[in-house]
Design a protein around this ligand. Structure first.
Ligand SMILES: NC(=O)c1ccc[n+]([C@@H]2O[C@H](COP(=O)([O-])OP(=O)(O)OC[C@H]3O[C@@H](n4cnc5c(N)ncnc54)[C@H](O)[C@@H]3O)[C@@H](O)[C@H]2O)c1
Length: 383
């Protein structure tokens, strides 16, 4: 199958990501089937798509006719078999729970046409393991969109152990057709590029709060004063604390116990305080986006620590052969995070020796091995 042969895309899940991915596919001109397990979830997803398309009409990015045509191209389902029976490409965006993903892939394998590609939007989980639930692992791939899918450009295209080159290429080409910036991940590794590189930052955010080093407002205000569009704690709330929690648990099991979620994060998730989507998380979102008082900025906090941890983790991806080039990593981080420069571009400006020293200091201060500078960082030369 070539990308031009893809006519219909099925999306599993109408939640934060599923409805957004369905909208991206509609905007690219595809027929779309969106499936969720209950009508109320479908209705919510559908109204979010309509609201977003209305905004695009308002901004004159699309016409009213375009919008109508797109909505006519969208069908919704509760029955999984009906939703995928004539799909050429399926994108799964159900909650980040391995057993659930496997169940869904097993059902997709049975119900979707033989030629259909089955893609997962998982943030961290093993594509190889998800594919093991099917009889056609060559046609299973990672297609990882970023939140919100309509706005964020990056799509990570992930090769499981048995994913064929044809499936990788097709998925890459589909992302291009969707007006996205795809980046290939050659080895199925926890968190792929973006979430892996930001994972040590999350360890640090967890520890700073746990050990009373700083409050969320102090750090978020400092980062906003340094030019960040959103503070890191606010971003956690925006993405969903349950998402952060599941990602951290997954890293803890597969990479290192350093990633074990902080107890405050677990308590928030247990209490159902998940951030923006529940109206309360680290901040109160009940009246909209929280106001961060910039005068509370912790002036002695150096934002370069986040850069240092990101560059260090990025060098691990090159050392482990997960990604082919430093350029690909920069491209992923720029398009996944909406920042102006990637870690390797920043490292050249700041200096590898300075970054290695920061990582060394953090590793000692917090007793975290993940923060220790890599060979590449210490040598100051990218392979
Ligand atoms: N939220 C993010 O920022 C983000 C970013 C990238 C990737 N992801 C990944 O995308 C996936 C979905 O995350 P989300 O944030 O959209 O979650 P969400 O909870 O907002 O939505 C998940 C939806 O899936 C539905 N669902 C549950 N079981 C289903 C099934 N068997 N078939 C179809 N639908 C089912 C739920 O009812 C819910 O509506 C996860 O793997 C997550 O890690 C999330």
């Amino acid at each position: 199958m070539k990308v031009a042969d893809i006519k219909k895309i099925a999306v599993m899940g109408a939640g934060d990501m599923g409805h957004g991915i369905a909208e991206v596919a509609l905007l690219a001109g595809y027929k779309v089937a969106m499936r969720d397990i209950e009508q109320r979830f479908i209705d919510k997803g559908l109204s979010r798509i309509k609201e977003s398309l209305d905004k695009l009409v308002e901004k004159q990015k699309i016409t009213e006719e375009n919008k109508k045509a797109m909505l006519a191209n969208l069908q919704t389902f509760i029955d999984i078999g009906e939703s995928v029976k004539d799909a050429d490409f399926v994108i799964e965006a159900v909650p980040e729970i391995m057993d659930l993903k496997k169940q869904v892939f097993q059902a997709l394998d049975a119900a979707a046409p033989k030629h259909a590609i089955l893609a997962s939007n998982t943030s961290t989980m093993s594509i190889t393991e998800i594919a093991s639930a099917t009889k056609k692992p060559k046609q299973v791939v990672g297609m990882h969109f970023f939140n919100p899918p309509v706005l964020m450009k990056l799509v990570e295209v992930i090769k499981g152990k048995k994913t064929s080159e044809a499936t990788m290429q097709l998925t890459y080409d589909l992302a291009l057709r969707m007006n996205k910036v795809p980046v290939r991940i050659e080895k199925d590794s926890p968190g792929f590029i973006y979430n892996r590189i930001t994972a040590p930052t999350n360890i640090l955010l967890g520890l700073m709060l746990e050990r009373g080093v700083a409050t969320p407002v102090e750090i978020d205000a400092r980062m906003k004063r340094a030019g960040a569009p959103m503070g890191p704690y606010e971003l956690m709330d925006y993405i969903g604390l349950d998402v952060s929690y599941h990602i951290a648990r997954n890293f803890s099991e597969r990479l290192s116990r350093d990633h074990e979620p902080a107890s405050w994060l677990k308590a928030k998730v247990d209490a159902g305080e998940l951030g923006k989507k529940t109206g309360r998380g680290i901040y109160d979102w009940s009246k909209g986006r929280p106001e961060i008082d910039l005068s509370k900025a912790k002036e002695d906090f150096d934002p370069t620590v986040f850069t240092a941890l990101q560059v260090n983790e990025a060098t691990k991806l090159l050392e482990e052969g997960v990604v082919k080039s430093a350029n690909d990593i920069d491209k992923a981080m720029i398009n996944g995070g909406g920042v102006a420069a990637g870690p390797f571009q920043l490292a050249k400006e700041i200096g590898y020796d300075k970054l290695a020293k920061i990582c060394d200091d953090l590793a000692q201060k917090f007793g975290i091995k993940t923060f220790e500078p890599t060979r590449t960082l210490k040598r100051g030369r990218v392979p």
